[in-house]
Write a protein that binds this ligand. Structure first.
Ligand code: ZN
Length: 155
């Protein structure tokens, strides 16, 4: 048995103000579970992405999240949940003026190969991107795989 208090967990750097690794803190072996708080304009993810092997569920606790999907935008309100299959592209954002809180659950814990797309100003297209830490580890940056341009910085 393991028990934790979410407020005790460090928040991870990234596109959301708050991302607490609940599953990892509990020692979960077969699933990943993260708690998110998104300020207006923030996102759960670095870009429009798909996990090779992992199905992913989001349960919105407060506010309204908007998920970009291959079928268009889907809004998910407090009390609603959404599931994405392995290989399905998606990115959830907070497009409202209020904070969004949500739980994300993925299984298995190892999500497999990540494919992540972002707008690259140099390529003038949405291209595949990778995430890497800055040299001093104070931020994470996204970089276009095609041309090497930095497309985003998250701290
Ligand atoms: Zn590029």
């Amino acid at each position: 048995m393991e028990k934790i208090t979410l407020d005790d967990l460090d928040s991870w750097m990234g596109p959301a103000s708050v991302k607490r690794p609940v599953g990892r803190a509990l020692g979960a072996e077969h699933l990943a579970m993260n708690y998110y708080e998104l300020e207006p304009g923030e996102s759960f993810a670095f870009g429009y992405h798909a996990h090779g092997d992992q199905e992913e569920l989001f349960y919105v606790l407060d506010g309204t999240a908007t998920f970009e999907t291959d079928d268009g935008d889907v809004t998910v309100e407090a009390g609603e949940a959404i599931r994405f299959s392995p290989g399905e592209f998606q990115q959830g954002r907070n497009e409202t003026d209020a904070v969004v809180t949500a739980l994300a659950v993925g299984a298995p814990a190892d999500s497999g190969e990540l494919t992540m797309l972002r707008e690259c100003p140099s390529c003038d297209a949405r291209t595949e991107n990778e995430v890497e830490p800055t040299e001093d580890k104070s931020a994470l940056i996204t970089r276009c795989v095609e041309c090497g341009t930095e497309t985003g910085r998250f701290s």
